[in-house]
Design a protein around this ligand. Sequence first.
Ligand SMILES: Cc1cc2nc3c(=O)[nH]c(=O)nc-3n(C[C@H](O)[C@H](O)[C@H](O)COP(=O)(O)OP(=O)(O)OC[C@H]3O[C@@H](n4cnc5c(N)ncnc54)[C@H](O)[C@@H]3O)c2cc1C
Length: 392
Amino acid sequence: MEKDNYRHPDYYLVDELLTEEQLLIRNTVRSFVKKEISPIIEDYAQRAAFPSHLLQGMGQLGCFGPFVPAEYGGAGLDYITYGIMMQELERCDSGIRSTASVQGSLVMFPIYKFGSEEQKHKYLPKLATGELMGCFGLTEPDHGSNPAGMTTRFTDHGSHVVLNGAKMWISNAPFADIAVVWAKNEQNEIQGLIVERGMEGFSTPETHGKWSLRASATGELVFDNVKVPKENIFPTIKGLKGPLTCLSSARYGIAWGALGCAMDCYDTALRYSLQRIQFGKPIAGFQLTQKKLAEMITEITKSQLLNWRLGVLRNEDRATPAQISMAKRNSCDIALKVAREARQILGGMGITGEYSIMRHSMNLESVVTYEGTHDIHLLITGMDITGINAFS
Ligand SMILES: Cc1cc2nc3c(=O)[nH]c(=O)nc-3n(C[C@H](O)[C@H](O)[C@H](O)COP(=O)(O)OP(=O)(O)OC[C@H]3O[C@@H](n4cnc5c(N)ncnc54)[C@H](O)[C@@H]3O)c2cc1C
């Protein structure tokens, strides 16, 4: 694969809106990515293998739940810093960012937000370092966009509950040590439970044959009369609000991350177009190439400003789920379009693993689908501005 020469585009000097600490952390993550991930990622993606040896380094860098306070093993960083970290990971590969997002936003976040003190002290410090890895089970074979219909259930047996059902499309499932699982109790209320690998009746078969997120491990969670101690249930949260709050946290990271893919594709296409000579001059000198590049940087710049503002609102605890939904949809949408145009600029080279663009393109097909599809996010915005629910 080509050497990683990435320099992020910053047409409107958005970096001036960042603090010195945020810039420093970005440089640290970027150096790690260039040294440890870029040289190996294409090979792992081609082989559809997960580079588990990176987990320790990512944990040491603080990529897992950096917003969790220090008393629980996190770094206590703000949400713009979290976004930047996810952006640096995803501009290299969405699968690597997915691993970090699931760990931080979908496993550590709910334990921090909804867990008992015992649960927080037991799991969070080890999840922050990557000593323990987690996954998040919401989607089921028959309930994706409509998780409220889930059929995974647990029944009360005194000191423990018995869990039955199955989850599908679960990132990190094949290697996770714990799973945050959303299931219905006997009163039909959704609750969250922490299921540990090794509990009898719990298995995590891997999903094969993906053309997307090939360097990320995906699997099922199967519960066959799994006895889960009651102390593993989140004590304070009931209903769909629990998983939806987690999804907002993850969607926020995706908004920053997917934009990283767009920035990487643009950067690659710009450099390539300046070097590639056809008809006696760089292809960057043709009007049709410039149109593509100009439209790309315009969309990227608008999205950088949108994300930054969202980060400010999130830091002030004012970002609404609908605002986060809009940013997730927007970043995925523009990243897919930028990747497609960038691939055209590279001609035949654009389809090879020599460059990151085709891998980004394929990865983004998952990113635009998970954590709510593009259309579901349109309906969220539609409901927010009209007050009318068009989901059903
Ligand atoms: C690689 C990968 C990793 C994933 N990781 C996780 C994970 O870690 N944990 C987890 O819980 N889930 C995970 N998911 C699941 C993901 O969140 C779901 O795939 C997603 O929510 C969509 O659900 P579905 O695939 O069942 O599609 P469906 O819900 O069946 O949707 C199919 C189509 O119908 C459309 N549609 C559905 N309802 C409506 C409506 N009311 N109006 C208009 N259109 C509608 C959708 O927009 C979509 O285009 C992952 C998925 C992938 C691909």
